[in-house]
Design a protein. Structure first.
Length: 100
């Protein structure tokens, strides 16, 4: 019974975090932090949770994790050029190492 209750709570929390919807005027209230250093990545002008603020997307090297495990939040990293995310392993791999 306790396992069933734990599973129910986990599914409920996960569904709630993934189902977050931004209100139409969310960006009017947003206070965007300044991006001070994004030399090892790229800036996305409309990033973040609701697409209101610029966000620094950092590059992950080959062998590093490529997908954020925080559900409901946008990913803040991507594989560097010349690599792709292997979503099964959750690591960046060389484009030459991934079969189509």
């Amino acid at each position: 019974m306790q396992l069933l209750l734990t599973l129910f709570v986990f599914v409920s929390v996960t569904a709630t975090s993934v189902a977050f919807v931004c209100p139409p005027n969310a960006c009017k209230q947003a206070k965007c932090p300044k991006i001070l250093n994004c030399e090892s990545g790229r800036v996305i002008p409309e990033g973040g949770v609701c697409g209101c603020c610029p966000t620094c997307i950092t590059f992950a090297d080959e062998g590093e994790p490529c997908v954020s495990i925080r559900m409901g939040t946008p990913n803040s990293r991507e594989c560097k050029p010349g690599t792709r995310c292997n979503f099964i392993k959750n690591v960046c791999e060389s484009i030459n190492d991934i079969s189509p």
